[in-house]
Design a protein around this ligand. Structure first.
Ligand code: SAH
Length: 400
């Protein structure tokens, strides 16, 4: 088998079980490898470190499949990895019976470049690395068999694929949508999931627990949901008895789905909901100028910093929306604010939010306190050896 020899000292991160081998760590290949081929990884001293998938176009030149040098990477290997990922979802009680569930969370489930979300009896798969692409059929078969699902849609259209030299690919791998899109039940609320045209695999499952928290905090409050997508937080706020919910998003199709979602839940008081197609950066200023104030604001923006290189411009954007949000809060109000940028760590995020609160309170002497720290739901595990997987962080802040 082709061998990947590392430069001296570059075995260190692998010994800590970090799964990425960067371009600059590779001394040479002994033998040939095509995109996605399995290579044996060796330290400069010849020590065998495991098996990886070769990706000649990416700056992440190889991703580790296994740190066991004797592991054979074949169909049976992927069956075992998929079975382990499925088993992990059966342990925590809050995941049991969920109709929408992330079954495979890439590196953190030992399957770099593989995402699998389940919506009812439909699996949505996304392959974003050269190795995942090579083994997609084996992985798909293992997931269909392991779950008993009969329908499976591929959404391999993330920008990441181009970095790996892969073209986008979307379509039904098995079965197809029978008429409409699937709906899932989340905390008693029906949500339509557009697996074909929605963002990512159609739904942001990582925010499941935080949407329940909004429901618990919403009673009697005037709620502003910024970056509402298909209305997940908005509908939970209504279910929790919010006085009113104003939801903002720049995507007309997402808002159309949000409206359909509200209609799917006739138990909610639609008269309390307003959807507005708007740019959050502009609309927050307009709302402030118009004197609008809120008791609970949710800020769940898209990824402003895909990598640490974007951290600075992302920090400015986070600061701006958080600053405007603090200004829009009524006394005693709550801000639930998130960052899903891998390139912005939780310490930096907290600093940005603190700066925003300080500036917002400059004239009023308002102060804000963290009352909760938030992260993704348990079906989005974070491998301790892979801090890059720790992308979603959130704070609930209470103002004076
Ligand atoms: N909170 C949502 C997920 C938000 S995803 C949920 O729980 O499902 C981020 C959303 O921000 C997307 O719907 C995207 O359309 C929207 N968006 C991106 N940039 C925006 C902007 N400048 N103004 C308003 N919405 C924006």
């Amino acid at each position: 088998m082709t061998q990947l020899i590392l430069k001296p000292g570059r075995e260190r991160s692998l010994l800590r079980h970090h799964p990425w081998i960067f371009e600059g760590a590779v001394e040479r290949l002994v033998g040939r490898a095509k995109s996605g081929d399995t290579v044996e990884v060796l330290g400069a001293d010849g020590r065998a470190l495991g098996k990886a998938a070769w990706s000649p176009k990416s700056s992440i030149r190889a991703r580790m499949w296994s740190f066991n040098p004797n592991e054979i990477i074949d169909d049976a290997f992927f069956k075992r990895r998929v079975a382990a990922a499925l088993a992990r979802r059966t342990v925590l009680p809050e995941l049991q019976g969920q109709q929408g569930l992330r079954l495979v969370h890439a590196e953190s489930d030992g399957l770099p470049g593989v995402i699998c979300d389940r919506y009812g009896d439909i699996l949505v798969l996304a392959f974003s690395s050269a190795g995942a692409e090579k083994w997609r059929q084996a992985i798909t078969a293992a997931l269909l068999k392991g779950t008993g699902c009969t329908r499976c849609y591929e959404r391999s259209d993330a920008d990441l694929r181009s970095l790996e030299g892969l073209a986008p690919r979307c379509g039904w791998l098995q079965g197809e949508a029978d008429g409409g899109m699937p709906t899932i039940d989340e905390h008693g609320i029906s949500m339509e999931v557009d697996v074909v045209a929605g963002h990512k695999t159609g739904f942001y499952l990582d925010q499941r627990d935080n949407r329940l928290l909004v429901r618990r905090l919403a009673a009697g409050r005037r709620v502003l949901n910024c970056f509402c997508y298909t209305g997940g937080f908005s509908l939970q706020a209504l279910a929790g008895g919010a006085a009113q919910v104003l939801s903002l998003d720049s995507s007309a199709p997402a808002l159309a789905t949000a409206r359909r979602n509200l209609a799917l839940n006739p138990q909610l008081d639609a008269g309390r909901a307003e959807w507005r197609e708007a740019d959050v950066f502009e609309e927050q200023r307009k709302l402030f100028a118009a004197g609008a104030r809120f008791d609970l604001i949710v800020l769940d923006p898209p990824k402003f910093a895909p990598s640490p290189a974007h951290a600075e411009s992302a920090a400015r954007a986070y600061k701006d929306i958080n600053l405007q949000a603090f200004k829009l809060l009524a006394p005693g109000g709550l801000l639930m604010t998130f960052s899903c940028s891998g390139g912005v760590g939780s310490e930096l995020f907290q600093k940005i939010v603190a700066g925003a609160a300080l500036d917002a309170g400059a004239s009023t002497h308002m102060q804000a306190r963290i009352v909760r720290r938030l992260g993704p739901a348990a079906d989005h595990p974070v491998l301790l050896d892979f801090p890059e997987g720790d992308y979603l962080k959130g704070l609930v802040c209470m103002v004076d």
